[in-house]
Every structure is written in structure tokens, then in C-alpha cells.
Design a protein around this ligand. Sequence first.
Ligand code: ADP
Ligand code: MG
Length: 355
Amino acid sequence: MGKRQKMAAFLLILIVCLCAGCGEQQVKKSELILDTAVTLAAEGADAQAAIDESMARLKTIDSMVNPNVPDSDVNKLAQLAGTGKWVSLQPEVYKMLATAQDFAVKTNGAFDVTTKTLVDLWGIGTDHAKVPSPVELAAAQKLVGWQKLELNEEKQAARLQEKGMGVDLGGIAKGFAVDEVRKIYAKYGIENGLINLGGSSLYALGVNKEQTAWRIGIRHPRKEDAQEKMAVLPLKDAALSTSGDYERFFEAGGVRYHHIIDPRTGRPAQSGAISVTIVADSSVPDGGMLTDLLTTAVFVLGPEQGIHFLQTMPHGIKGAIVDGRYQLWTTGDMAKELEDVSKDFQFWQGSGELQ
Ligand code: ADP
Ligand code: MG
């Protein structure tokens, strides 16, 4: 190729590249919503509009589930608990509660949104966190039980049977919110982006700026520096959630008291799991909400029961559970997909057999 031809070829490539970017706008925005650092990234002509509408939507969802908002649906439910009165709910809250109840049954009560009285009693992550007395624990536990949360689908209403009960949507709302943002992105024709709710629930859409799958770092559960990774998972058109005992906890007498409560013992779950990551591909409806609640549920169930439970889930769902010996228990092709796995961890020997 002569010099001129080379130049012409170069210019052609340049023009093609520029045009590929025509109208493609990359926008990224962060805000504190749902008690978490939300970061939304989107690429496309309407990226800014999609992100603005998504942030507004997240604030609306926050106002429905936030116990600090006096007239939030969850507060109304607590206020009217034990009176026999039904509370009409916004469809979003109804959907979260109905899904929660479905999984309370499926997990034999490991996932239970009525765990609220226990969550409040332990106060993990607040300035009044403490180990409660056995008397306090017993009293709070009496006010926990998914069977005492009644739903009426036709009326889109709910009620709690006993005074003092409440619901806590902390284990499901962020995942639900991810799905809602995903819908807004779809409406605006966004094909590439990252919907990230504090790293604990996210959706990776299409590809990143380098035109490759988004690379999601999974946090090392025992390193203080949040940047230290256990592994990296390339993710494309899928939702991912992670739950761990390192998110919010305090230590007393050598025991780690964390924010995932086993409703059956009334205490922070000691199931053998220390971190759980679940992925749902785009074939799974409500994938964000499901991965969010499943990480909490599987954490409570522990590695062995958790793996078996995940095997009963739809095909597009897979997971990785880390136990206290730093063994990775995986389902689906998770073992193959995880990259840069820190040498602190090994795959549990049964991982392959269970695929
Ligand atoms: P995060 O992503 O916020 O760290 P998770 O998704 O792991 O949290 O969910 C933990 C939260 O779920 C707790 O902070 C609490 O609000 C709620 N929760 C705790 N235990 C349970 C349980 N057994 N079932 C349902 N919700 C729970
Ligand atoms: Mg969760």
C-alpha cells in the first residue's frame, strides 16, 4: 500500500469510528439512594434522560420501603399491625411482599421479611448495635413469622397479625429497584450500561467502553479494603447480587454479629457461609429482585442446603457460596466463569459434581 492509500485507509477507519460513536453518549451518575451508593452508567443517545428518570424512580421506591418516611407503606403496615385492618399497598410493595412470601415458603422460612423486629433489636449497622438478652430475643422472635403476614391479591393489600410486627424489605428492595431501572433503560433503547446499587445488587447491560463484557469484582470477604477482590466475574446482560457477613457487623467476644438474621434462631446466621453471589441471566424475569433475595436466603441456608436449593431454581440462575474455610461452592458454569480468583480460595471439591 502506498503512502496515499495508507492515509486514505486511515481516514476511512477514522470516519467509521467517529460515526459509530455518532449520537452515542456515555453518561455516569452517582447518588445516595436506598441507603446505598447508586451509580448508573448508560450509553446511547437518550442516556441522560434514562439516567435522570431512573434516579427519580429509585427515589420513589426508596420512599415506599424506607422506615424513616412516616407514610411509607412499610410504616403503615407496622402502625396498623394487630388491628385487623388491611393496608392498601402500592403495586411495587405488593409485588415485593408477594415474592418474599413465595420464597419464605420455598426456603422454609430462611427468607422472611417479618424478621424486622429482630433486625431492629440487634441494631446492626446502627449506633445502638448490641447482643440482646435471651428475654429480649424471645420477645422479638414471637413477633417474627411470615405466616403472620397476610396478603390479599385482589385488593393489593396486606396486614400483620400482631401488634409490634413489621416488615423489612432490606433484603429485596435493591434488587427490585435494579429491575425497575432496567425497564427504564429498555424504554430509552439503552443497550450498554451498568446499573449498580452499591455493588450488592447490579445489572450489567451489553458491553463496557472497551466493548467487552462488564467485569464485576466480587469483594474479598475478609479484607478491610473494599477494593480487595475475591474474584472477577465477566457479566453481560445479567443481574448479580452479593451478600456477606462483612457488610455490616460488630464483634464481641470473638464473635462476628452481622446483619443477616436467621429467623429460626433469632441470631445472625451462622450457617457456614460468609459470602454469597448469585447471577440471573436475562431469561429470568425479575432477575434483580430474585438474586437479591436469594443471596440473603442462601446465606441463611448455608453452603450445603444453599447449593441444593439453587439447583431447584430456573436454569438462568447460578451462584457461588464462600464458606469459612475459603472454599467456593458453585452451581452452573460459575466455577468456569470466575476469573482472577484470589489464591486465598479454593473450589470445594464437590463443585463439579453438582453441576
Ligand atoms: P445488603 O445488600 O444491604 O448488604 P442483603 O441483601 O444481604 O443486604 O440483605 C440483608 C438485609 O435484609 C438486612 O439488612 C435486613 O434488612 C434484611 N434481612 C436480614 N435477615 C433477613 C432474612 N432472614 N430474611 C429477609 N430479610 C432479612
Ligand atoms: Mg440480598
